[in-house]
Design a protein around this ligand. Structure first.
Ligand code: BES
Ligand code: ZN
Ligand code: ZN
Length: 478
């Protein structure tokens, strides 16, 4: 059930309509009768920003948004309104809706449509009987004189990329193994036009990726390391930008087993970083953004079986560093260390890694944003934060002082894989930093990747976080 978003210049008379306007808009030119228009104008827009009119053949929803001086907040309010209207449309089994800009509300119309589209997502693959296709929203038509088809196309691509990421994250490990994740990326590469190579276990052994192999040691399924590359001829950057995503398809904690219920139950979402970077590449290639971007995904499940890596084990990473593994649940940093080391061979302009890395990040700021840290230039940091505000996937930068690395000192190896009781998100970041020698930022998305209760257009379950942030930021770099 693919949702289509397109531009239209008509106002159909038999489909649901959303009219976005200001007090005094010429409602009669946009589907209302004079009586209805007068009725709308008789009501205070502050008290009644949202009105529904039943025209029998269709419902018309009138939105008169409160102007909010903060553009990011205004956009977010419009997305939330879009999601709210979706729930009405869904109850009415609307298959198509036309969103009309009465004039001067172009951005609000696009933001509203974004929330409407993102809010329409559902993970229905495993529902019996199969959901009736005729009851789901399939078309969003945008009628705005000012907006061009290109902007709407970008919106459609972004929404589809978020849906792909949510689908991957919602998929349980019984289906989505590391091998299947690699296959999913291959399919996306063919679809959008980027190259995908999935390294198998022996290739990973040849690369001496001791972190990835250690985490995989307790699993019956092999690990994968996926390299995706989008290199258009007209790329603006000489050196590639590299995205790295944590691809733990399930995190039991390994021998340092997570308690269940509560902390293990949703660990199928521990590959949300991988989904974010792979689906961003899909979006960039689909949109033909002139930028050379590589995405790297180390992937495995983390289990206590067989010869599972054991607390006290000392492993050797691909960069030669030895790691004393004192907690097998701190596995993300082990697989990411190998991936960040691999990234060096590209001589990258910038590396951004996305990972559901620590409960500490989630505990520190809750589900309202992601924790970031790193050594990219102030300019890049400012631009990333601006993109975060614009798409409302906000970034909270944590301190990254050298002293934090002292907490990772091991008596018998080069480093241990856990810090102490304090600053867990930062010591995880410091661990990763040891594998970098380029401008880099680390995004800990543990608090935002998966929602346990409905959160407007972010939905329930996988949020697809990271895709909109990266798509916005990378387009701004092109
Ligand atoms: N995948 C988890 C982090 C996580 C927690 C993601 C909650 C999503 C929601 C990660 O591998 C982990 O277990 N981290 C440990 C690290 C600790 C052992 C140093 C944690 O945060 O407890
Ligand atoms: Zn873990
Ligand atoms: Zn994990």
């Amino acid at each position: 059930m693919e949702l289509s978003i397109s531009k239209t210049s008509v106002i159909p008379s038999d489909q649901a309509l959303v009219v976005i306007g200001k007090p005094g808009s010429k409602w009669t030119s946009f589907g209302l009768t004079a009586v209805e228009g007068n009725y709308v104008d008789s009501l205070d827009p502050v008290k009644k920003p949202l009105l529904a009119i039943n025209q029998y053949k269709r419902w018309v929803f009138i939105i008169r948004p409160k102007t909010e001086p903060n553009a990011a907040l205004m956009a977010e309010n419009m997305r939330k309104l879009g999601c709210k209207i979706f729930s009405y449309l869904h109850q009415l089994y609307s298959k198509s809706v036309t969103v009309v800009d009465c004039g001067g509300m172009e951005q609000a119309t696009l933001d509203f449509s974004e929330g409407l589209a993102l809010g329409s997502y559902g993970f229905l693959k495993y529902k019996n009987p199969e959901p009736d296709e005729n009851k789901y929203l399939k078309n969003i038509l945008i009628n705005s004189v000012k907006t061009n088809a290109d902007k709407i196309r970008m919106l459609e691509i972004m929404v589809h990329a978020v849906f792909k990421a949510r689908d991957l994250v919602n998929e349980p490990v019984i289906f989505l193994t590391a091998v299947k994740l690699g296959e999913a990326f291959k399919k996306m590469g063919k679809e959008a036009g980027f190259s995908v190579e999935v390294f198998n276990k022996s290739r990973i052994e040849n690369l001496k990726m001791g972190g990835l192999l250690a985490v995989n040691a307790g699993s019956v399924d092999p690990p994968t390391f996926t390299v995706m590359e989008y290199k258009p001829k007209n790329a603006k950057n000489k050196k590639p930008i590299i995205l790295v995503g944590k691809g733990v398809v399930f995190d039991t904690g390994g021998l340092s087993l997570k308690p269940t219920p509560s902390s293990m139950d949703y660990m199928k979402s521990d590959m949300a970083g991988a989904a974010a970077v792979g689906c961003t590449l899909w979006a960039l290639a689909s949109a033909k953004v002139p930028l050379h971007v590589v995405a790297l995904v180390p992937s495995t499940d983390n289990r206590p079986g067989g010869n599972a890596v054991t607390p006290g084990d000392i492993i050797t990473m691909s960069n030669g560093m030895t790691i004393e593994v004192l907690n097998t649940d701190a596995e993300g940093r082990l697989i990411l260390g190998d991936a960040l080391h691999y990234a060096k061979k590209y001589n990258p302009e910038l590396v951004l890694d996305f990972a559901t890395l620590t409960g500490a990040a989630s505990a520190a700021i809750g589900p309202f944003g992601m924790v970031v840290m790193g050594n990219a230039s102030e300019k890049i940091k400012t631009e990333l934060k601006a993109s975060g505000e614009a798409v409302y996937e906000r970034l909270a930068e944590f301190p990254f002082w050298d002293e934090y690395s002292d907490l990772l000192k091991s008596d018998i190896a080069d480093m241990k894989n856990i810090g102490g009781p304090v600053a867990g998100a930062i010591t995880a970041g410091k661990f990763l930093q040891k594998f970098t020698d380029y401008p880099w930022m680390h995004f800990d998305i543990a608090g935002v990747a998966f929602r346990h209760k409905e959160d407007s257009y972010r939905g329930i379950g996988a949020s697809g976080v990271g895709v909109r942030l990266l798509f916005h930021f990378l387009r701004s770099q092109a």
